[in-house]
Design a protein around this ligand. Structure first.
Ligand code: NAI
Ligand code: MG
Length: 332
């Protein structure tokens, strides 16, 4: 029996979470769902975007699934604060090309390892109406921890066994100086893994010109966030981009996308990012076989091209695609 915290949030967060719960309930495993509130609607109801009760639920569960939440003016981001609360310092964002989906190249397979607790997302901003300052906090400890995670991952991946450090140390000399230095310090422990480092602006271009050359990319919080949306765009969009937030104690799994107010309520959101994030959660929980079956099911449904949501060029509703994926799990 696994205790899973379910935090749907709002917008399409609710729709894609419904798809994940539907899938989990069809598996040959037992789950107990603990529901927590967060986000915009939660703020309107409770005066906070992330109630203490929700944090408690996440901390007392074996893993957490998060949908998406619309930003609330003047309020902190619930997902950023939840990541901090759980100290899930590594945000893992796998990117791969899918058969049947238009992709910039057809042999893309890399993972972005984004530092999740500091950088420009420290949410420390101050100033007056004339001048405002945001603190970009980079610590050696967090930089070494995230590099360690990237090298560990690279040593488990078949591909090229390479880690690319992405930074802007020519301008952000102190902060990214520490980040890059920490990366190369950790690299010494992994002589079998190749290393390289690029500036973030050049990386944004290489992702388009040579995305197949990347294996593991490690970067700071904001750069990792931007590059992961760009990367999702290379392989079919945010509907196919899952993520896992991992720390020493907790795991929090969520799609890369947000609450998509432009399509929310129409029930046409692509459930794959949430379903693939759910597979990442099952893998984290040790259910490797069922996790890979879910990945295979998504690949098959997408390759067949019969039941696709509009973002992938089809006409299916969220739950139609979820049902097609569940039927495919049995065959995988
Ligand atoms: P978004 O990711 O919500 O949407 C960007 C575009 O991708 C939209 O055109 C949307 O329709 C499309 N899209 C995203 N997910 C999709 C899916 N599953 N299926 C089909 N199409 C999909 O980003 P946006 O528009 O910048 O932000 C909307 C709201 O979400 C904002 O309030 C933002 O602050 C919040 N947000 C929340 C996040 C979270 O909760 N983790 C992450 C990113 C944004
Ligand atoms: Mg983002």
């Amino acid at each position: 029996m696994y205790n899973i915290a379910i935090i749907s949030g709002d917008g399409i967060g609710r729709e894609v979470m419904e798809a994940s719960e539907y899938l989990l309930n069809k598996l040959d495993l037992n789950f107990n769902f603990n529901y927590g509130e967060a986000g915009f609607d939660c703020f309107n109801k409770n005066g906070t975007t992330l109630p203490e009760e929700t944090i408690k639920i996440a901390k007392s569960s074996d893993a957490t699934l998060f949908g998406a939440s619309t930003s609330t003016p003047g309020q902190p981001s619930p997902i950023i604060n939840l990541r901090k609360e759980l100290d899930v310092y590594a945000n893992l964002r796998p990117i791969k090309s899918y058969k049947g989906i238009k992709s910039i190249k057809d042999n893309i397979d890399f993972i972005i390892v984004r530092e999740n607790t500091e950088g420009l997302y420290s949410q420390i901003e101050y100033g007056d109406s004339e001048k405002v300052i945001a603190e970009r906090v980079i610590t050696r400890k967090a930089s070494e921890k995230i590099s360690e995670m990237a090298f560990k991952l690279a040593s488990r991946r078949k591909k090229q066994n390479k880690v690319t450090c992405v930074h802007k140390s020519n301008v952000l000399k102190k902060t990214d100086g520490v980040f890059k230095e920490s990366f190369y310090n950790v690299a010494e422990k992994y002589p079998q893994i190749n290393t390289e480092d690029f500036y973030v602006d050049a990386t944004a271009m290489y992702l388009i010109t040579n995305p197949e050359n990347f294996d593991v990319i490690v970067s700071t919080n904001l750069f990792g966030d931007i590059l992961s949306d760009e990367s999702a765009g290379l392989v079919g969009g945010l509907g196919l981009a899952p993520s896992g937030n991992i720390g020493d104690k907790y795991g929090l799994f969520e799609p890369v996308h947000g609450s998509a107010p432009d399509i929310a309520g129409k029930r046409i959101s692509n459930p794959c990012s949430m379903i693939l994030s759910t597979a990442m959660m099952l893998d984290y929980l040790g259910e490797k076989e069922i996790a890979s079956k879910i990945n295979c099911a998504v690949e098959n449904v997408v390759a067949k091209g019969k039941v696709l949501t509009p973002d992938l060029g089809g006409k299916a509703k969220t739950m139609d695609m979820a049902e097609a994926i569940v039927s495919e799990v049995i065959q995988c």
